[in-house]
Design a binder for this molecule. Structure first.
Ligand SMILES: Cc1cc2nc3c(=O)[nH]c(=O)nc-3n(C[C@H](O)[C@H](O)[C@H](O)COP(=O)(O)OP(=O)(O)OC[C@H]3O[C@@H](n4cnc5c(N)ncnc54)[C@H](O)[C@@H]3O)c2cc1C
Length: 456
């Protein structure tokens, strides 16, 4: 999750400490999946998707001595953790923060790889606030944010399975807090988000990888064998094992771990025979994909008098929020964040229209035309990405049990794993959901479960 780190929300620092290659050499892009003749199955574990969950699953299979085939639809690994480059400037298009780093495996991986990380709280920060492009005083009751977060803290009391909006009640400050958390942390309108699901998320120290979280993940997975450009379209689990139809041929496996995003499953991009069990379907129905969206704007060195680390927060008339994060790591780049339906609509319009819209807002916020100084603008519209279908999952109000339903193994041989089931076990109540760390834990757990079910 992004923009508001849960930790910053917990401390009530609205607008501060914002939550805010390649590896493919060892990986083939010419899939050849058929296994050796005479074997009952081509492999022990078929792993679908080479994001954080799929890579962790593959690594664990390796450690356990299980054979696996890892397939990925894109031409790269890493999934929603992806470092893009504007000129030579790294920009994390998806995940940015190593959340709850005290127990997040990516923090340890960064340490082992001697990859530099910084505590997001140690970075320069400051905020300016706008309402419909007009400068305004900072919200009067910033502490309202902390108070509202208290209503979402299971340590302080029972959190009912209602929407964030309902939890906020009629207090305008709480409503503003719910709106900000919904759109900028979860990526959706607060009326669509289960407060209970949100309250279960882990918090802790958030680290940032200046060279790119995506670069770290892709580097870690670089030596794993992956079939890139290989799309799974059908899973047949009628008989023993699992038979998969992919754009690179068919593959049989004793078990399969499917790590594609929830949005991909909901869109029925993959068919199942027999159809997925009722419980799994209810899990899918209980979740939605948010639409936290990013844009990177690279300028020619002009800083418009804005200090390093400043966020320009603009709340539009319909409640949509824009965050222009200025010059992270002293780079000539502004990152713009927005979420919910506003983001979905803008992503549909495409990069040129979206960049133009942000430049119009920015012009009004800073009182001068930034256009002549813009060198490049890139939109990362995950809601329009057919291999993601959104940023990450959240439970709908009243349906906070959805993640547990989705995580149940199917027919003792099919496992759905990824950020949606993020967390080591259901007992952890999926506190790692929405995050790359949670996806890692879910992928690793699925490998262990598959291993246990296969026996020796
Ligand atoms: C804008 C944004 C900001 C975020 N910020 C943070 C953050 O700060 N910190 C954090 O921890 N998390 C953040 N996240 C969430 C994080 O990126 C995800 O939770 C995590 O990367 C999910 O990993 P995964 O392996 O479950 O799924 P993915 O990374 O989506 O991996 C699934 C893979 O399956 C592939 N696939 C899809 N369909 C098929 C198919 N039919 N056949 C074969 N392969 C297929 C996809 O291409 C993909 O590579 C953010 C995400 C976004 C979009």
């Amino acid at each position: 999750m992004a923009v508001f780190s849960r930790r910053s929300v917990l401390r009530g620092t609205l607008g501060l400490s914002l939550a805010k290659s390649s590896a493919a050499l060892a990986q083939s892009s010419a899939p050849a999946l058929l296994g050796a003749a005479g074997k009952a199955f081509d492999t022990d574990v078929a792993i679908i998707g080479a994001g954080a969950a799929g890579l962790a699953c593959a690594r664990e299979c390796q450690r356990l001595g299980r054979s696996f085939v890892l397939i990925e639809a894109r031409n790269r690994i890493g999934g929603r953790v992806f470092t893009d480059y504007l000129h030579e400037t790294p920009v994390d298009a998806g995940a940015l923060y190593i959340h709850w780093s005290e127990k997040n495996p990516w923090a340890e991986i960064a340490r082992s790889a001697s990859t530099a990380t910084v505590d997001s709280d140690s970075l320069p920060s400051g905020s300016r606030f706008f309402a419909a492009d007009q400068a305004m005083e900072p919200p009067a009751r910033r502490s309202a944010f902390a108070q509202f977060e208290g209503l979402l803290d299971t340590d302080k009391g029972v959190v009912p399975d209602v929407s964030l909006l309902e939890r906020a009640g009629s207090d305008p400050d709480f409503l503003r807090s719910a709106n900000a958390i919904g759109r900028m942390s979860v990526g959706d309108e607060p009326g669509r988000i289960s407060a209970l699901d949100y309250s279960r998320l882990w918090s802790g120290t958030d680290l940032i990888v200046p060279d790119g979280y995506g670069k770290l993940v892709a580097g870690w997975g670089a030596d794993l064998p992956v079939k890139l450009n290989t799309l799974l379209s059908r899973v047949d689990y009628r008989d023993s094992g699992v038979r998969l139809t992919t754009s690179g041929g068919t593959l049989s496996a004793r078990t399969a771990v499917i790590t594609v995003p929830v949005g991909v499953l909901q869109a029925e991009r993959i068919s199942f025979d027999p159809p997925l069990p009722r419980e799994t379907l209810s899990g899918l129905e209980g979740l939605s994909m948010g639409a936290l969206t990013k844009m990177a704007l690279r300028f020619d060195g002009e800083r418009f008098g804005i200090d390093l680390g400043t966020d320009l927060w603009d709340t539009l008339a319909d409640g949509a929020i824009l965050d222009f994060e200025c010059w992270p790591f002293d780079r000539d780049v502004m990152m713009v964040y927005f979420g919910g339906d506003y983001a979905r609509n803008l992503a549909k319009q495409g990069e040129v229209a979206a960049v133009a819209e942000m430049m119009r807002h920015l012009h009004r916020l800073i009182g001068q035309n930034p256009r002549p100084h813009l060198l490049e603008g890139k939109l990362y519209g995950w809601s329009e990405d057919s291999f993601a279908m959104g940023c990450y999952s959240h439970a709908k109000p009243g349906l906070a049990s959805a993640r547990a339903a989705l995580a149940r193994p199917i027919a003792d041989k099919l496992f759905l794993a990824g950020e949606a089931t993020g967390g080591e076990t259901p007992q952890d109540a999926f506190g790692g959901a929405m995050t790359a760390g949670g996806a890692y834990l879910a992928g690793r757990s699925a490998a262990r479960a598959a291993h246990a079910l296969m026996g020796s």
